[in-house]
Write a protein that binds this ligand. Sequence first.
Ligand code: SAM
Ligand code: SF4
Length: 328
Amino acid sequence: MIDPFGRHITYLRVSVTDRCDFRCVYCMPEHMDFLPRAELLTLEEMERLCGAFIARGVERLRITGGEPLVRRDAMRLIERLGARIGSGLQELTLTTNGSQLARFARGLADAGVRRINVSLDTLDPDKFRRITRRGELSKVLAGIDAAQDAGLKVKINMVALKDLNRTEIPAMLEWAHGRDMDLTLIETMPLGDIDGDRMGQYLPLSLVRADLMRTYILEESDHRSGGPARYVRVAETGGRLGFITPLTHNFCESCNRVRITCTGMLYMCLGQNDAADLRAPLRASADDIGLHAAIDEAIARKPRGHDFIIDRRQTKPALRRPMSLTGG
Ligand code: SAM
Ligand code: SF4
């Protein structure tokens, strides 16, 4: 699949549920309205949809959510997709908050998953509860232990938040690199209604980088993980540090990805509202002809890039759709 700007679309993010056991302050309001279960694609439909994308050239799949591991049959989907690795699909990965990892790490490794991203914004248990509104840090840490024991390569994703974790970034860096895990820092993006003041939490990573350079030597690296992160190597720790900067630096020119939600909507850009309904063609016929046509038609509409802007007076989100619908 090649879009109108010549970009090869080889990466698909699949949100298997919009539900989550956490309510991270930058992601959702405390009282989140989740979709009725009847609207969700079944496991079989999700597998068929992923199969159609693999047939059209997708090589890497990332399972996400909401929290993917709170969907009861998520592991079955992961096992079935894992069985396709080597036949078109090259890699199957997962992004998780880690709360259920202790239980599922071994199964993930057995299914063929080799790398996972775990979201973790603080190592302080009280602050962890404040940011996630209900998470238990010890469970996530036990999950990370289990994942490493199972042989999974773990990357930590940390959303940089001005008042909540700015001073903790060096400690997180030392901890992650000390355990042979890359760390990627992410700027908050204006997606979905949250209860708080989003721009009050926004911390440009240019400032974080300047903070870190007072203590560390950050060596430019041309490492790419296939995503929007730009990496440096931290000379003192020998580990890798990534920066995802949707607001201060536009990364759209090399975008290779699209996203499907748990109801079968295909979003061609995380930062735009345009989407294509794939559930209708999926259900209209048992063969995939209409589905393939709908995918091609949607890829032909992939926009050049997002329109996120930094507007400190902005009280409403740029897009009403929360990150938990498309899974980041
Ligand atoms: N629940 C899983 C997790 O937290 O890893 C998977 C889904 S979550 C939506 C995927 C990633 O998006 C997480 O790393 C999370 O921190 C990040 N995220 C959520 N809302 C965000 C926002 N408004 N801006 C930037 N990143 C966000
Ligand atoms: Fe849940 Fe992930 Fe959103 Fe946090 S960031 S509320 S863990 S979906």
